[in-house]
Structures are given as C-alpha cells and as structure tokens.
Design a protein around this ligand. Structure first.
Ligand SMILES: NC(=O)c1ccc[n+]([C@@H]2O[C@H](COP(=O)([O-])OP(=O)(O)OC[C@H]3O[C@@H](n4cnc5c(N)ncnc54)[C@H](OP(=O)(O)O)[C@@H]3O)[C@@H](O)[C@H]2O)c1
Length: 236
C-alpha cells in the first residue's frame, strides 16, 4: 500500500474511533529538520518539504474538518491553509489570536469557500475582518491572556469540527501537547540540519521528568523526506 493510502486509512480509523464530544480528534502535522527545527528563527519562513511531503500535507488537510495555526504563523508565513496539491475539500481555517492581530488582507481571510474563524479572548467590537467570524472564548481565569484551549476546542466541536489538524507554529504545538490534547502526530523530517527554532519547547513542569511516548510507530519515505506517525500516549 502506498504512503498516502496508508496514512489516510490510519487517520480515518483513528478519527472514527474517537468518541469524545468535548473536543475534536487533534493531529499535529508539521515539517522539521533532523535536529527538530521548524524554521531558522521564530518569525522567519523556511520551506523544507519536498514535493511528495507537500502533497501529503495537502492530503492531510483534506482529511480533517478544521486546520488551526497560531497568529505567529499567520503574521510570518501568511498561509492559505487550502488543499491545492491534492484533490479533496478545504478544511475550516482557524487561527488562535488573543489580541486580534490577524491582518484583514491575510490569505486565510480571503479563502475561496470558507469564512476564517478567529479564536480570541478580546471582545473589541470595533475589530471586524471581511469573510471572518470572530469567536470570543472567555476562560475562568480572567488574567490568562492566551485563548483557553480546552474551552476553545469544545466550541469547535460544538460547531461541527470532529477532526482538527494543528500545523504550527512552535508555541501552539507546545501548548497543545502541554494541555494533553494531542491525539496523533504526523511528522515530516527533512534531511537537513538547521539548528534553529525548535518545534517543541518546555514540557517539563517543576520537578517533572515526564516523557510522552508515541506508539505504535509508523514510518515511510516521501521523496527525500522521512514521514513518521503515531498516537501520543500520556500514561496515567
Ligand atoms: N515547519 C513547519 O511545519 C511550520 C509550521 C507552522 C509554522 N512554522 C514556523 O513557526 C514560526 C511561528 O511559530 P511561533 O511559535 O512564533 O508562533 P505560533 O505558534 O504560530 O503562534 C503563537 C501565538 O499564538 C497565540 N495564541 C493564542 N492562544 C494561544 C494558546 N492557547 N497557546 C499558544 N499560542 C496561543 C499567541 O499570540 P497572541 O498572544 O497574540 O494571541 C502566541 O504567541 C514561523 O517562523 C513559521 O514559519 C513552521
């Protein structure tokens, strides 16, 4: 079975088996170098995926109801988050943006068939962006500045998002893992050493030596890149 079919069957079976109504099935899918860098420095764009792994990324987008990135990625890469290198539907574009910094001319706000959902804690009624829906999420802790993920994911589920692909960047990837809300990881590893901005930062709380396991492990080659994927196990 080829890689695209193998991953499609695997992901669809995992999504179908996910029974919780409190949030979508969440997959982290991003590209990194051999040393774990997703770019040179935060705020700089580095595209190191080959043709085959880019196609796989677009296929993964088409297999998910929603696709989410942080405002850092929107400001830096201005991604479209659409399916162009594969045949399939576009996922719902979603951005985590507590301070409503999404520029009106961002490509995700000029989407061919969807309104962009901007998840925020800011209720500034003067901020409007054409072709976008602002979803204000209030946490229990009013001093907490980021979008509270648990409440935000529940809202997405209520709005019909059963599967969510989180594409980055590092702050968002780390926050989802810290919140123990990642079900699967699909990682593209490009044969490069960058020594740059790492995908995952601090997972060690005070006094903790926690390691999260990914199992069972699957791997295959896509062009010159290695693709590894599996489910995240949180133990207790
Ligand atoms: N290789 C890849 O696959 C890949 C993919 C994507 C991005 N990237 C790279 O990653 C870099 C951007 O990463 P980044 O770490 O700077 O930014 P990011 O993760 O894209 O966005 C982080 C921002 O999201 C907002 N946010 C709101 N609620 C949050 C929450 N609960 N948890 C975490 N963040 C929340 C925060 O800004 P506010 O406080 O303003 O809301 C936060 O600073 C770029 O250089 C981009 O090129 C690489």
């Amino acid at each position: 079975m080829n890689l695209n079919r193998q991953i499609e069957e695997w992901l669809q079976s995992r999504i179908a088996a996910f029974q919780y109504d409190s949030r979508p099935f969440i997959t982290l899918a991003y590209a990194q170098s051999w040393d774990g860098s997703i770019t040179t420095r935060s705020g700089e764009t580095l595209n190191f995926s080959c043709k085959e792994s880019t196609q796989l990324t677009h296929q993964l987008r088409s297999l998910n109801d929603g696709i989410l990135v942080g405002i850092g990625t929107v400001l830096c890469d201005d991604p479209q988050l659409t399916v162009r290198e594969w045949t399939g539907p576009n996922p719902q574009p979603i951005v985590l943006d507590s301070q409503l910094r999404t520029p009106p001319n961002a490509k995700i706000c000029n989407h061919p068939d969807k309104q962009c959902w901007i998840l925020t804690v800011d209720s500034d009624s003067n901020y409007t962006v054409d072709n976008s829906e602002i979803l204000t999420v209030q946490g229990n802790d009013k001093n907490y500045e980021d979008v509270p993920l648990e409440i935000a994911m529940k809202l997405l589920r209520e709005k019909g998002i059963r599967s969510l692909m989180v594409e980055g960047g590092a702050t968002v990837i780390t926050a989802f893992i810290q919140a123990r809300m990642v079900d699967a990881i699909i990682l593209t590893v490009a044969p490069k050493l960058v020594g740059g901005y790492k995908a995952i930062n601090d997972l060690q709380g005070a006094g903790s030596n926690e390691q999260l396991n990914i199992e069972p492990i699957n791997f295959a080659q896509a062009g010159e890149d290695l693709v590894v994927w599996g489910e995240l196990q949180y133990g207790g």
